[in-house]
Ligand binder design. Structure first.
Ligand code: NAP
Length: 275
């Protein structure tokens, strides 16, 4: 963290929680390409250093801020570091998350608190701490990364599903409350995406990957870059009238779930069209 006296950056600044890895890093790359300077915040200094090196390669100034988003005092310090370094904050992407597969009856209170703490508490703590700086931005916005099981069911991930559903409700509440300050608040709901983190926590076997792929109408996992494109759009002036909404970037997963196998049985793939 820096203690330099604040100066006002000409370039807009985005804070991405969990910005050192996976989808968060891809969001950073996309925003760097659009001329943002970046602050990335998560627990691991190694994750942050690796992400920052890549983002600097894209021409962004990058501030790495070791932070556990469950801890409000750490979050406050992270925002203060951004104020000191850049003097402004225009975009907050609440992307940090923790998750693990477990039947609901085996989720311990500590496991529950860890997931809900990162996803739901962390999103609120970061949003409230960022508010004073966002309020001064000419085009402020927040994007929360959620998941389709916020409105479907999340068998095996009840903690994360409950937390993400809370984040959807928070997205809508803040969108309405903070509209008067011009702060737009939206969410992006990714379908299945293979990242180092989720390969360890969710996509842990070929059987799971195969079953999940079958439930996606477009028939494949998404990429971090495909998720990042939606965030890039939502924070841009092209989305200046969009607030309180959720964009699904999921290959049709949540619409098609349960229906796909039926469709395959009723109408087998006829193969390529005949001339
Ligand atoms: P990931 O690489 O594991 O990203 C999670 C990030 O959160 C990491 O950078 C991690 O960094 C950070 N983090 C974890 N605990 C934290 C804490 N207490 N404080 C601050 N940061 C913390 O996984 P991902 O796939 O890119 O996930 C990114 C987002 O997409 C998440 O919100 C996830 O729920 C959502 N999503 C992903 C998928 C998918 O299939 N990949 C599907 C739907 C939704 P540290 O370890 O350094 O703390």
């Amino acid at each position: 963290m820096t203690t330099a006296s604040p100066h006002h950056e000409a370039k807009p600044v985005a804070l991405i929680t969990g910005g050192g890895t996976g989808i968060g890093r891809a969001i950073g790359n996309a925003l760097a390409a659009d001329g943002y300077n970046l602050a990335i915040a998560s627990r691991s200094a190694e994750h942050l250093a690796a992400g920052a090196a890549e983002l600097r390669g894209r021409g962004a100034r990058v501030l790495e801020i070791p932070t556990d988003v469950r801890m409000p005092d750490q979050v406050d310090r992270a925002i203060e570091a951004i104020r000191a370094e850049f003097g402004r904050l225009d975009v907050l992407v609440n992307n940090a998350a923790g998750n693990f597969l477990a039947p609901a009856e085996r989720i311990t209170p500590n496991g529950w608190r860890a997931v809900v703490g990162i996803v739901l508490d962390g999103t609120f703590f970061c949003s409230r701490a960022a508010f004073p700086l966002l309020r001064r931005s000419p085009s402020p916005s927040i994007v929360n990364i959620v998941a389709a099981y916020a409105w479907m069911a999340g068998p095996g991930t009840a903690h994360s599903a409950a937390a993400k559903a809370g984040v959807v409700a928070l997205t809508r509440s803040l969108a309405v409350e903070w509209a008067r300050y011009g702060i737009r608040v939206n969410a992006v709901s990714p379908g299945p995406v293979r990242t180092d983190g989720t390969d360890q926590q969710l996509w842990v076997s070929d059987t799971i990957v195969e079953a999940v792929t079958k439930g996606v109408p477009l028939g494949r996992f998404g990429t971090p870059e495909e998720i990042a494109e939606a965030v890039r759009f939502l924070v841009s002036s092209r989305a200046s009238y969009i607030t309180g909404d959720v964009i699904s970037v999921d290959g049709g997963q949540w619409l098609g779930r349960g229906i796909m196998p039926l469709l395959e049985n009723a109408f087998p793939d006829p193969g390529p069209p005949k001339e």
